[in-house]
Design a protein around this ligand. Structure first.
Ligand code: ATP
Ligand code: MG
Length: 202
């Protein structure tokens, strides 16, 4: 019997809030790369973001669980939230390797904007050894191969996905301005946001 190793996708993000751009990117990459699972990992305290508009980890966790529940391949992990402090991809990948086993093939999913930033992050030298990186095209960001650090290129795939110009920033702005966010986020997430009065003011 041929035993193939488990193909795991990992989608990290602030998910403030999670939206259909995240979900479409993860689903298309799952399909293209024949991933058996995509794990959504909301960050604890993101090191790369200003904190003023970020709702609590508990709210971001709940929205992530709600948004991913209906896809049988999607799941969510609270490891970064439970670890607390700043979230580093390397720590997350090492921890997931322990949980899922040495043989698991990890695929870290990002948008085209995030992959270019990755090589400037803290402690990234070992990342290409730990996982493959898959960067989805994102409207408004040009996926520039030259901007991806040389040691990352061999471990990175760029993939075109149907363009969804949705961002959490835009969703938060629309809520503050009293504009509709229908169809930008899953309906359960929309209801959760209004029920808990999230993002209504700065
Ligand atoms: P913010 O505007 O607050 O930065 P965001 O929409 O960029 O939010 P994040 O939580 O920062 O969402 O993103 C998590 C990951 O999802 C990143 O790798 C990002 O590049 C990717 N991503 C977010 N939106 C899209 C999209 N519309 N298409 C493809 N990738 C996306
Ligand atoms: Mg972002």
């Amino acid at each position: 019997m041929k035993r193939t190793s488990y193909r795991l996708g990992i989608m990290g993000g602030t998910f403030n809030p999670i939206h259909h751009g995240h979900l479409v990117a993860a689903e298309i990459i799952r399909d293209e790369f024949k991933l058996q699972e995509v794990l959504f990992v909301p960050s604890g305290k993101p090191p790369h973001k200003e904190n003023d508009e970020i709702v609590s980890p508990e709210h971001r966790w709940m929205m992530t669980v709600l948004a991913t529940a209906s896809n049988e391949y999607f799941s969510a992990s609270a490891i970064e939230i439970e670890r607390g402090g700043e979230s580093y991809t390397k720590d997350t990948l090492l921890e997931l390797k322990k949980i899922y086993g040495e043989k698991t093939k990890m695929h870290f999913i990002t948008g085209g904007d995030a992959i270019a930033e990755i090589s400037t992050w803290h402690r990234t030298e070992d990342l290409p050894k730990l996982a493959k990186f898959i960067a989805a095209s994102r409207p408004g960001y040009i996926l520039d191969w030259e901007k991806i650090d040389a040691h990352f290129r061999k471990a990175t795939s760029l993939i075109e996905i149907p363009a969804l110009a949705i961002s959490s920033t835009e969703i938060r702005r629309r809520i503050r301005e009293g504009k509709t966010i229908k169809y930008l986020v899953p309906e359960v997430v929309e209801k959760y946001i209004y029920k808990n009065r999230l993002y209504q003011s700065r």
